[in-house]
Write a protein that binds this ligand. Structure first.
Ligand SMILES: Nc1ncnc2c1ncn2[C@@H]1O[C@H](COP(=O)(O)OP(=O)(O)OP(=O)(O)O)[C@@H](O)[C@H]1O
Length: 639
């Protein structure tokens, strides 16, 4: 097989340009925007369109009723019916406007919700992680979220209102232009064409087009990043300690100013076309009004008709450039990006995208899963899942977008039910190895086998049910302790047993929320949180996981706590296959075997005693840490 193939470039996955006019129309962002509205809410969308057409037609009707009134007065006929009709139309115009506004806002909110659902699906569904680490996709995600962030354009509920106003203008302009047909066939074409040309001449969206999109996205990304730093509590300590508050605000302001500049440039771009627009409008309206005046002089139109035609000529101006050209492009762009992201993220993030399973292989259940289900049924922390033998053969791995292999021909076997510690300098690839074993990435070369079954042929979700882990950057859920230990639920007995095994019993009640997000919540220390994360992994073991990956699980614990908890972990995971990553040799030495990772391969492998006797890298690292440790904490022997 071909190893270290270049990672897929998401930008290369764009859909080819459509060729037929209909396909081109359907490919337009504006088309897609209107096409998704019924999916956000069919009743609201129907009401919105009905109100749009009604509000568009009513001004034309008002013109006709007023003209009828003037004619009646001119002829000396009773004016009651035209007065009542004009009054009814006027009241309808006044009433429908706020109702339409409210419906627009509601529809905009529904659309936002629908887009959020799609975005969450796009980011969480792919089985791997590469889509979240791609800069190109991260930028597109930021652009897509603008309907929510409102950085480059108004938020969706406001956009929807502006779009509604713009569409009403177009329908009403057309209905007024239609009145002019009675005067002359060319009049609606002349005036309608002149006013409509402003949409084309004054398009400000050019600045947000392909040419400048990169700049806009970069400014959006920087603005969002600075904003997050300012509002997230995680960054609060360093911002204050290093005196970075003003600096962060300045960075946010600079990015926002850049966006405003880009928009101002777009506005300036309109200066030249503006002269043309004024010329076109003056010429068209002048020609029409001059012709109408001559008709009035010659007596070919009566006073009622003159009233109607002048009013209709003015009403046709509703066709002119307005909010539609301003609000629709960014809103439609967000929708288009959200729709495209689902496929693009899946193409990059799905583990099997572009990497077909070996010929003749079919997807099978994870090894030992039957045993896991049995253990899960018991629901006790003691019923550990069966371990599997993990075998890595010539494993290579290069991160997407990088050219440097992190793992480069790694051969390693961890026998079922044993523990293996992995040590190595920072950046040696220990966490990467853990992520590969967890099935979060596929190797770019070589094979990982579980009980002699190639993991590429195993359903990744099945496999992940067999594996549990404590990562360095584990999640601290702002939720009750119970949910933190068993997010998908488990019997209380299993949760309590897992907490006890992690030395976290007595921390707080199972129903007490952790973190600051809830009333009556308890805030834990770093070490206490780490015990909760360990309990989560041990609870999964009780539920049937047989492979345990521990990436610096005790880094935030004091030395006594670390020794004690690791003993507990080993006891609770007896029978499991355990991969331990740690820089603390007092923990590492307790593993059945230890491997030293260097240059993407195994440099040394053996038990603690074997490696010490060999006097190689492991021994040097161990002695270095032991001597420092003894110097600093003479009362705490390491051997
Ligand atoms: N998501 C990523 N994208 C690109 N490169 C990455 C990514 N994660 C890690 N790397 C690179 O891969 C290499 C190995 O990283 P890894 O986190 O596996 O090292 P480690 O041995 O666990 O280090 P440490 O002891 O510091 O935790 C590093 O050079 C790192 O820069």
């Amino acid at each position: 097989m071909s190893d270290d193939a270049d990672p897929p470039d998401p930008a290369a996955r764009r859909i080819p340009a459509a060729t037929t006019p209909l396909a081109r129309l359907r490919g337009r962002e504006e088309w897609k925007f209107f096409a998704v509205l019924p999916r956000a809410s069919r009743p609201l969308c129907t009401t919105w369109w009905v109100l749009t057409v009604l509000r568009g037609v009513l001004p034309g009707l008002f013109t006709v009723t007023v003209a009828a009134l003037v004619s009646a007065v001119d002829r000396g006929a009773p004016p009651t019916a035209p007065i009542l009709a004009a009054g009814a139309v006027f009241i309808a115009i006044q009433l429908l406007a706020p109702v339409h506004g409210q419906v627009s806002v509601l529809l905009g909110e529904r659309l936002s919700r629908w887009l959020h659902d799609r975005l969450l699906r796009a980011t969480t569904r792919p089985s791997g992680l590469a889509h979240l680490e791609s800069r190109e996709l991260a930028d597109r995600l930021t652009a897509a979220r603008d309907f929510d962030l409102g950085i480059a354009g108004p938020p969706m509920d406001i956009s929807m209102n502006i779009v509604a106003g713009g569409l009403v203008g177009i329908v009403s302009g057309l209905s007024q232009a239609a009145v002019l047909v009675e005067y002359a066939w060319w009049a609606p074409l002349l005036l309608g064409g002149a006013w409509a040309s402003t949409h084309w001449l004054l398009r400000e969206s050019s600045i947000w087009g392909e040419r400048d999109e990169g700049e806009v996205r970069e400014a959006q990304r920087h603005a969002e990043y600075a904003y997050r730093q300012a509002v997230d509590s995680a960054a609060a300590k360093e911002l204050r300690l290093f005196g970075l508050s003003e600096w962060t605000v300045a960075r946010f302001t600079a990015s926002r100013e850049r966006l405003v500049d880009l928009r101002w440039t777009a506005t300036r771009l309109r200066r030249k076309p503006l002269r043309t627009v004024i010329l076109v409008l003056v010429a068209a309206n002048g020609l029409f009004l001059w012709t109408l005046a001559r008709s009035a002089q010659s007596g070919t139109v009566d006073v009622g008709q003159i009233t109607a035609f002048v009013q209709a000529a003015m009403g046709t101006s509703a066709l002119a450039f307005g909010g539609l050209s301003w609000a629709l492009p960014p809103a439609a762009h967000s929708v288009d990006t959200v729709l495209a992201l689902e496929a693009e993220m899946a193409a990059v993030g799905d583990l099997d995208a572009g990497a077909p399973a070996p010929v003749g292989a079919s997807v099978v259940a994870a090894p030992g899963l039957a045993g896991a289900a049995g253990a899960a049924a018991h629901g006790s922390a003691g019923a550990a899942g069966a371990g599997v033998t993990l075998r890595l053969r010539g494993v290579r791995f290069t991160y997407p977008g990088s050219t440097r292999p992190v793992l480069d021909g790694l051969d390693l076997t961890v026998e079922a039910g044993t523990s293996l510690a992995v040590v190595g300098v920072n950046g040696a690839g220990k966490t990467t190895l853990a992520k590969l074993v967890c099935g979060l990435y596929r190797p770019t070369g070589g094979v990982i086998e579980a009980d002699d079954v190639d993991l590429r042929t195993v359903d990744v979700l099945d496999w992940r049910r067999r594996v549990t882990a404590v990562f360095q950057d584990f999640i601290r859920y702002d939720l009750p302790l119970r949910t933190n230990v068993a997010p998908l639920g488990a019997p209380d007995a299993a949760i309590t047993a897992a907490l006890a095994a992690a030395g976290a019993d007595g921390l707080t009640g199972l129903d007490t929320p952790l973190g600051r997000g809830y009333e009556g919540a308890t805030e834990l220390s770093g070490g206490q949180w780490q015990r909760v994360a360990v309990a989560r992994a041990l609870c999964a073991v009780g539920q049937g996981a047989g492979v345990v990956v521990l990436d610096e699980p005790t880094a935030q614990l004091d030395v006594r706590g670390e020794t004690e908890i690791f003993e507990r972990i080993l006891r609770a995971t007896r029978g499991c296959t355990t991969l331990l990553i740690s820089h603390r040799f007092s923990t590492v030495r307790r593993a059945d075997r230890i491997c030293v990772l260097e240059d993407g391969r195994v440099a040394e492998l053996g038990t603690h005693d074997e490696l010490m006797a060999r006097g190689g890298r492991y021994r040097r690292m161990f002695d270095l840490q032991a001597s420092r440790f003894v110097a600093e904490e003479t009362d705490e022997p390491v051997h």
